[in-house]
Design a protein around this ligand. Structure first.
Ligand code: CRA
Length: 866
């Protein structure tokens, strides 16, 4: 697949043309005299940009002419990472660009490393959206992404004095060659104001302006778009203020508009900025729906057919205000009657749930929606009223059935009591009382009470005076399909999150196990392994057809192939080791096992448990004789991940990892037997370097908490072993790879509730767990008091009470770790199984996921240019 530009006459000519183009960009677009790496990056990027624009225009014209059904992926996050390598490869021009840059005295590696990540997302959900765009384009599916053009992406994480510090991410400052501004595509979005009957007059207004990011598919002419909205002050109000001489107000409007698209909120943060967050959500949803409707109306006169031409996939609850906004647009703007509008809405929307964590299931106070979007609050109330009316018979019947069962039970109990005390008068009295009690319950309005469980608008359980809109419920009621993101998660949402809805329409609920694009996450981030795979299979077709990876299996038995496989891993480890040295100053040995734990820092993901296991390992090594130490499998334990700036415990976890790293890495007695590294600012680009180098990767969330995980798929595809719990997609990776090849440990999801109950008097602490906690408390890693709250959160029943059950899982986690060491000592077997990982997990290509969405939810067909 690495085209040899020099050995191919046509490609060489193309390389000359590319070089001339890059030169022209440098000279005229940038008017630059220097050829420093940043300038060369910009020049190369603009040259690729132009090719993308050509492909983009052709695709969009073709789709416009053919008018196929489209899917619109509404997402508050798109974690795109860098674009240059991906675009050049997807266009099939990697040889030409490498050659051209060489001819211009630059090199691809240096040039591409100049690009800043587009980090418009928090973690898995945002990166999933980016993988989906790549797959949609690759499969020629008419589809667009819609989101927000945040001016600052996810914060930049740095380490200072052993703690995380957050720095702004000025990703747009150097200019962004990957977008096309569309001043001609603007829509007004209103907020606040008053309601007269059902007529809404907003008191604040901004203009949403489109920016298109072309998304090239792999080995296809299709180039789709990610349309991101920027907010501008509404020109009319602005002008009015200026004309009235109120310059301050005019500037104020600009500031307010800027605020909407300034920053991305960390998804697990607290209260702050709630209203602004809802404003952001409504802003991009409204603009996207207006835009789609406007394009639809260019070809069709009647909006009743909208759902035949468009599906809006709501990526988690963030865009779910779409239910009310689509209704408003259809009714208020386009004059549809409300029943017809509801018919169109519920045929056009679909919803993906990505989490069962209560704090991430959005519930907006009625007060907040009512203030910011009064008409939408009114519509939500109406939707809810009609919804509850429509299910009243069902709920009444259910209540009656339950009551009948209860009565029968009470009667049986009464008979029993009477029989037991047959001769005694008290017995009869007791029986009579029992029977009476059963009837009294009926007097309460059981049906009204039962209906509350189905209501979209509900009481805040922590504050009875506040009413909340459950956005997930709104989404379920307003959608024709609801899906989870891994098999186990799709079951859990049915039993734990939406049981009442499943009862009414089981067929609405589906599973779509997540996937990742093999282009970015294998072919481009690991070109060495890709070349080896391509050579073995005799084709690079696996990049587009991941099922072909299965053909690698027989190669696992070939000693020569294993040797080459190991050599690739060693090369990737060496690259990571150099990076570690660069960033942290620590020297790590590539003869050690590279054990990686990278993801957002969260208590449920249990980085803390990994840290405790490392402390135990450290203590063990310290206690060993020199002879015993010879048997230790040396490890480099790498952590990476951002803690939300307001997440107190997560920041302590980062500090703990940094502290133990400091102590252990400077302990001469331990040397290379154990090293601990925290790599700051984990993002897409870091992941592209880290994942190919991994030998073991950790996915150790408390069972039932991680909806899917997607890095587990990337690691598996790059031949890394998984140590993990029976959670999220780990389970399906186990099914594909063979569970004997994973290091699975810990409690099961169905045990969690019971175990949490039992923790009230949990005493079964593993002595190794206690010892590790004691060592932290003793100040062995510095900051003696700083970690008190963290330690208490898993050991003090009054302060957290180990909600994520680290103590329960610790012993089995340590057993699994011992198995890892044992297997690693047998490098032939280890490598054999590493190959099996790559060969077994083609299922996790996002091409498969998207194909399923297209067939089973969207009903969207490929539309490729001839
Ligand atoms: N944090 C889940 O927690 C999942 C991704 C993508 C998450 C992950 O387990 O792999 O979504 N959920 O489906 C989420 O963001 C709001 O919920 C995630 O990225």
């Amino acid at each position: 697949m690495n085209k040899q530009a020099t050995s191919n006459g046509a490609a060489a000519a193309d390389a000359a043309a590319v070089a001339a183009d890059i030169e022209a960009q440098r000279r005229y677009r940038l008017a630059a005299k220097s050829s420093d790496p940043q300038t060369m990056y910009q020049a190369a990027a603009w040259s690729v940009h132009n090719k993308l624009v050509d492909a983009f225009d052709k695709t969009q014209e073709y789709w416009k002419e053919k008018d196929p059904k489209h899917v619109y992926y509404l997402s508050a996050e798109f974690l795109m990472g860098r674009t240059l390598t991906n675009a050049v490869h997807n266009l099939g021009l990697e040889g030409e660009y490498a050659e051209a840059l060489k001819n211009l005295g630059a090199d691809m590696e240096t040039v591409r490393s100049q690009e800043l990540d587009a980090a418009l997302g928090n973690g898995g959900l945002g990166r999933l959206a980016a993988c989906f765009l790549d797959s949609m384009a690759t499969l020629d599916l008419p589809g667009w992404g819609y989101g927000i053009r945040y001016r600052y992406g996810m914060f930049k994480q740095a380490v200072k004095d052993g703690l995380q510090v957050e720095l702004p991410d000025y990703w747009l400052d150097a200019g962004n060659p990957w977008e096309i501004r569309r001043p001609e595509t603007q829509f007004k979005v209103g907020f606040y104001g008053s309601l007269d009957g059902d007529k809404w007059t907003p008191s604040e207004e901004v203009v949403a302006e489109a920016y298109d990011v072309p998304i090239p598919g792999y080995k296809t002419k299709t180039c789709s778009t990610l349309r991101l909205w920027d907010a501008l002050p509404s020109s009319e109000l602005d002008l009015a203020a200026f004309n009235a001489g109120d310059y301050v107000k005019a500037v104020e409007l600009k500031r307010k508009a800027d605020e909407i698209t300034a920053v991305l909120y960390p998804n697990d943060a607290t209260e702050e900025g709630k209203e602004l967050r809802l404003k952001q959500q409504f802003f991009f949803v409204s603009a996207s729906l207006q835009d789609t409707i406007a394009r639809y109306l260019e070809k069709h006169s009647d909006l009743s057919g909208l759902a035949e031409k468009a599906t809006f996939q709501m990526n988690d609850t963030h865009p779910t205000i779409a239910v009310a906004e689509l209704m408003r647009l259809l009714i208020d703007v386009h004059g549809m009657d409300s029943n017809a509008a509801w018919g169109v809405t519920t045929k056009a929307l679909a919803y993906t749930n990505h989490t069962v964590m209560p704090e991430a299931l959005e519930k907006w106070p009625v007060r907040v929606i009512g203030k910011l979007l009064p008409r939408h609050m009114q519509l939500i109330e109406q939707i809810n009223t009609q919804w509850l009316a429509s299910i009243k018979d069902h709920v009444s019947a259910k209540v009656a059935k339950e009551q009948a069962a209860k009565k029968a039970e009470a009667a049986a109990a009464a008979v029993k009591v009477a029989a037991a005390a047959a001769s005694a008068a008290e017995g009869k009295e007791a029986a009579a009382e029992e029977a009476k009690a059963g009837e009294e319950v009926e007097e309460v309005d059981l049906v009204a009470e039962a209906l509350k469980a189905y209501s979209i608008v509900q009481e805040n359980q922590w504050n009875k005076d506040e009413m909340l809109v459950n956005m997930a419920y709104l989404a379920v009621v307003g959608s024709f399909a609801v899906n989870g993101v891994a098999a186990i998660h799709s079951e859990i949402i049915k039993t734990d999150i939406f049981p009442h809805f499943v009862e009414l329409f089981p067929q609405r609920f589906q599973n779509k196990t997540n996937g990742v694009t093999l282009r970015r996450w294998l072919a481009y981030c690991n070109p060495e392994l890709s070349a080896l795979i391509t050579e073995a299979l005799g084709t690079d077709a696996w990049v587009k057809d991941a099922t072909l990876l299965a053909k690698l299996k027989p190669f696992a038995e070939n000693a020569e192939f294993r040797k080459r496989w190991r050599a690739v891993k060693q090369a990737k480890k060496a690259e990571l080791a150099a990076h570690i040295k660069d960033v942290t100053g620590y020297e790590v040995s590539t003869n050690s096992m590279f054990d990686i734990h990278v993801k957002r820092i969260h208590e449920y993901k249990r980085q803390f448990m990994n840290a405790l296991s490392i402390i135990h390992r450290y203590s063990e090594i310290k206690a060993m004789s020199p002879e015993e130490r010879k048997k230790v499998v040396p490890r480099v334990c790498v952590f990476g991940g951002k803690a939300a700036s307001a997440y107190y415990m997560a920041k302590k976890i980062v500090a703990l990892v940094l502290s133990i790293a400091e102590t252990i890495n400077n302990d001469k007695e331990v040397g290379d037997l154990l090293k601990v590294v925290f790599l700051p600012n984990y993002n897409v680009t870091e992941a592209e370097l880290i994942i190919p180098a991994a030998e073991l990767s950790q996915h150790i969330s408390t069972a039932g908490t991680e909806a899917s995980g997607t890095s587990n798929m990337k690691f598996a595809l790059n031949g890394s072993f998984i140590i993990g719990t029976l959670d999220g997609a780990n389970i399906e990776i186990g099914e594909n790879t063979g569970f004997e090849n994973l290091f699975i440990f810990g409690i099961k999801a169905e045990e969690i509730n019971r175990l949490r109950e039992e923790r009230k008097d949990f005493k079964d602490y593993d002595p190794r767990f206690i010892a590790a906690l004691d060592l932290i408390k003793s100040g062995a890693f510095g900051r003696p008091d700083y970690f008190d709250d963290l330690v208490a959160s898993i050991s003090d029943m009054n302060r957290g009470n180990d909600w994520f059950l680290l103590a329960n899982d610790f012993a089995s986690y340590m057993d699994a770790q011992a198995e890892v060491d044992a297997l690693y000592s047998d490098q032939e077997e280890w490598t054999r199984r590493s190959i099996i990982y790559t060969a077994s997990n083609g299922f996790f290509s996002s091409d498969r996921t998207i194909d399923q969405y297209a067939r089973e939810i969207w009903n969207v067909q490929p539309c490729a240019q001839p």
